[in-house]
Design a protein around this ligand. Structure first.
Ligand code: G3P
Ligand code: MG
Length: 336
C-alpha cells in the first residue's frame, strides 16, 4: 500500500533498522515543531548515506480525536506525510474491547464535545454515552453545573434514563473536558450505582493513558490523564474506603506495544526478527519502560518530560540523546 512504497523503497536499500517515535516532547511541543524532528524525518526519508528509506511508526499517549484526524493535523504541523498505518494513539487499542462491549451501554470520557462518543462509535461500540448525557437527564447531578454548561452545550446530549441504563464499562479515552468535576461526579456515581433503581454489576473501568506528566508548549511538564486518574481514584477511595480496579492501555502497556509491533510487521511486510527497532521518547515511565519491555532499543531525549538535572531516569535507555535527530543518527551509526 501507499506507505510501503514510501517507507521501504527497493528491498536492495533496506537497512535492518526501524524507529518508533513518541510525539509530544520528541517531535512537537504543543503547537511548536521541535526543529530536530524535521531533520530526523528527512533522514529517514532517504536523505542519509545509504539513501535508504527507513521505516518508522508513531506511538503516542495523546488522543481525543479520530486517528484519521490526528494524522492529518500532525502531517500538516510537521510538513511531512504521516499515515494512519503508522500511527498508534492512546485509545487505538480500545478496539480490543469491541467484541465484548459492542452492544452494551458504555460511558466514554475525553475529546471535545461529543468527539469521544464518535471515536467509540467509529471503533464499533454501538451504545455509547458521555457525561453530558447524564447532566441532560438530571441537571441536579451537578448542582453547580448550570454555571458552566449552557443549554446549547446539552444539544449534543443523547437522551436516556440512567436509572434504567446500567453502564457496563467506563472508557477514559483522553483527558476529560469541560471540567473534571462533572466527570468525577458522574463516574463515581456510576461506579457506586447511584443512578440505578435495580442493582447491576460494577462496570469495567479502563484508562487509555497512564501519563501523570507530559510536555506541551509550557516549559514545565503538564498534568496528563494520569492526573485525572489520581483525582478520580482518590475521590472514589475517600467515598468507599477502598480502591476500584481498572485496566490500563497506552504506553508502556504490552497491548499498545504489541499493536505497534503489528503495524511495523505490516509496514516491513515481514516479521521483525532481523530488524533492530529503536523507540525514541521523552518519558522514561512510558516510552523507555515500554520499549525495554518490548525488547526494543530505546533512546531517551532531553526535549520533553525527562530532565537530567532531576537525576537518573527511572528506566534505563539504550542511550540518551539531546533530541530526536541526534537519536536517529546515533542508532543509524550503531546499526548501519
Ligand atoms: O496527552 C498526551 C501525553 O500524555 C503524552 O503524549 O506523545 O508524549 O506519548 P506522548
Ligand atoms: Mg512524549
Amino acid at each position: 500500500f501507499r506507505l510501503a512504497r514510501r517507507s521501504i523503497g527497493s528491498a536492495a536499500r533496506r537497512v535492518p533498522l526501524a524507529f518508533a517515535f513518541d510525539i509530544d516532547g520528541v517531535l512537537i511541543r504543543g503547537p511548536e515543531v521541535i526543529p530536530a524532528a524535521q531533520r530526523a524525518l528527512r533522514f529517514l526519508d532517504g536523505h542519509n548515506p545509504l539513501r535508504a528509506k527507513i521505516p518508522f511508526i508513531q506511538i503516542t499517549n495523546g488522543g481525543g480525536e479520530l486517528e484519521s484526524v490526528k494524522v492529518q493535523k500532525l502531517s500538516k504541523q510537521l510538513d511531512f506525510p504521516i499515515y494512519e498505518e503508522q500511527f498508534v494513539q492512546s485509545h487505538t487499542v480500545l478496539r480490543k474491547l469491541v467484541a465484548e462491549y459492542s452492544n452494551k451501554p458504555v460511558l466514554v470520557l475525553g475529546g471535545k464535545g461529543d468527539t469521544g462518543r464518535r471515536i467509540a462509535q467509529h471503533y464499533g461500540f454501538k451504545d455509547v454515552y458521555i457525561p453530558l448525557d447524564v447532566l441532560a437527564w438530571q441537571p441536579s447531578v451537578w448542582p453547580l453545573g448550570a454555571e458552566f454548561i449552557s443549554p446549547s452545550d446539552l444539544n449534543i446530549a443523547r437522551r436516556a434514563d440512567f436509572s434504567r441504563t446500567p453502564i457496563e464499562a467506563v472508557f477514559v479515552l483522553h483527558d476529560p473536558r469541560p471540567s473534571w468535576f462533572l466527570e468525577i461526579q458522574v463516574v463515581t456515581d456510576i461506579l457506586r450505582s447511584q443512578y440505578l433503581t435495580a442493582a447491576a454489576p460494577p462496570p469495567k473501568l479502563v484508562f487509555c493513558n497512564p501519563d501523570l506528566l507530559w510536555r506541551g508548549q509550557f516549559p514545565k511538564s503538564r498534568l496528563g490523564q494520569g492526573g485525572f486518574r489520581e483525582a478520580l481514584m482518590g475521590v472514589y477511595r475517600a467515598l468507599e474506603g477502598k480502591e476500584y480496579p481498572y485496566k490500563m492501555f497506552g504506553k508502556p502497556t504490552r497491548e499498545t506495544y504489541d499493536f505497534a509491533k503489528n503495524l511495523l510487521r505490516a509496514q516491513l511486510g515481514s516479521d521483525l526478527t532481523h530488524t533492530r527497532i529503536y523507540m525514541v521518547g521523552d518519558n522514561p515511565e512510558s516510552d523507555i519502560a515500554g520499549a525495554n519491555a518490548a525488547g526494543w532499543h530505546s533512546a531517551l531525549v532531553r526535549t520533553g518530560v525527562y530532565d537530567p538535572a532531576h537525576g537518573k531516569p527511572a528506566h534505563e535507555p539504550t542511550f540518551e540523546a539531546e533530541d530526536v535527530d541526534e537519536a536517529v543518527l546515533e542508532a543509524f551509526k550503531r546499526e548501519c
